[in-house]
Design a protein around this ligand. Structure first.
Ligand SMILES: NC(=O)c1ccc[n+]([C@@H]2O[C@H](COP(=O)([O-])OP(=O)(O)OC[C@H]3O[C@@H](n4cnc5c(N)ncnc54)[C@H](O)[C@@H]3O)[C@@H](O)[C@H]2O)c1
Ligand SMILES: O=P(O)(O)OC[C@H](O)CO
Length: 319
């Protein structure tokens, strides 16, 4: 058994399959009809319309046909624990690369730990960083972080998963990489709120900067290295997601700020993660005013105006 399989035919899984289609790669969709449709049309019309899949991408809904030595898990964060627990027997012994961004709401842990709890001893890695599926699908140049605690395994994965337009940088700081990807989504919701409510570009810049300070504070308390947060998975992804309406987290925040409707079936990882992180911050005694406020706004416990006023009237402090 060799090669690469991607589990989850959402926007990101499909885009990764596209980027890695310089070789044979398998894409698994849980829905039989959707898998057949993508395989026949060579396009995922539901999740990544307009992107053509080469014949080297094999699409299946049979999980057994999607087993390879390296498995990319491109599922929403809150679905990961259930999925790996349900399919532990099949996944055991393979290199597992989580491609989701977030903190598990029930367990308060990131994707690598979620996998390790279900499959102790598994070689686990994280693929994360600034990347819109639509950009990757169009073959536009993208750089991501591949984080693996076992550096030798990480180096092999970096070689295996790099592709002509997909450049992977490597780190052993798994905690830093996964918290960068998780926390930037919360700040992106906040950036969307700021812009949707008409607070302006200067307010967004302030929010991104103070949001980044929160990200580093929490990550360091969890044992991550601050410089990882300054890399692609932290700073890079924060800038991308806070400044583009291609981002679903940003668009969700914008709708909250503007008081407009938002399609609740859209994957918005930052919403659950805001709650998971606000709880973690409370338990650890870490000051995370923005994240805590975003969780309260999402819950409707405070209005956007109340959140703005409360944040602006906090005691003055050193930067
Ligand atoms: N879309 C992007 O631009 C992008 C970029 C980088 C990272 N990501 C990350 O990738 C992850 C997936 O996002 P996406 O954009 O592909 O989402 P998506 O909403 O486009 O697709 C999610 C996919 O997961 C499948 N799925 C949901 N629950 C499942 C379950 N229990 N078992 C099996 N399959 C299940 C759905 O059928 C769907 O195909 C997220 O964590 C996201 O943050 C997305
Ligand atoms: O659409 P979003 O907000 O989930 O963002 C997609 C990616 O995480 C950007 O790197």
């Amino acid at each position: 058994m060799s090669g690469v399989a991607i589990l989850g035919a959402g926007a990101f899984g499909t885009a990764l399959a596209c980027a890695m289609s310089d070789r044979v790669v398998t894409l698994w969709a849980r829905d039989r009809e959707q898998a057949a449709d993508i395989q026949a049309r060579r396009e995922n019309t539901r999740r990544l319309p307009g992107v053509h899949l080469r014949d080297t991408v094999m699409v299946t809904s049979e999980l057994g046909d999607a087993m390879a030595d390296t498995i990319l898990l491109a599922l929403p964060m809150q679905k990961l624990a259930g999925f790996v627990a349900d399919h532990a027997a099949m996944l055991r012994g393979r290199r597992l690369v989580a491609c989701c961004k977030g903190v598990d709401l029930q367990r308060g842990i990131g994707p690598a730990q979620v996998i390790e709890q279900a499959l102790p001893g598994a070689v686990t890695a994280i693929l994360t960083g600034p990347s819109f599926a639509a950009d990757i699908g169009r073959g536009l140049p993208t750089a991501l972080t591949l984080a693996c605690a076992d550096d030798a395994a990480g180096a092999e994965l970096q070689e295996q998963l790099s592709a002509p337009a997909l450049r992977l940088y490597r780190t052993t700081d798994v905690t830093g990489a996964e918290l960068g990807g998780a926390l930037k989504n919360v700040i992106a919701i906040a950036a969307g709120i700021v812009m949707g409510a008409g607070m302006g570009d200067s307010a967004r810049a302030a929010l991104m900067t103070r949001g980044f300070a929160e990200m580093v504070r929490l990550a360091e308390s969890a044992g991550a290295q601050a410089e990882t947060l300054s890399g692609l998975s932290g700073f890079g992804d924060l800038v991308l997601t806070c400044c583009s309406d291609k981002s679903r987290n940003y668009r969700y925040g914008f709708a909250l700020g503007a008081g407009t409707e938002f399609d609740t079936t859209t994957t918005v990882e930052g919403a659950a993660t805001a709650h998971a992180v606000a709880r973690l911050a409370r338990e650890k005694g870490i000051d995370m005013p923005l994240t805590t406020m975003i969780a309260a706004v999402i819950d409707g416990k405070v209005t956007v105006d109340q959140a703005r006023d409360a944040l602006l009237s906090r005691p003055l402090k050193e930067e």
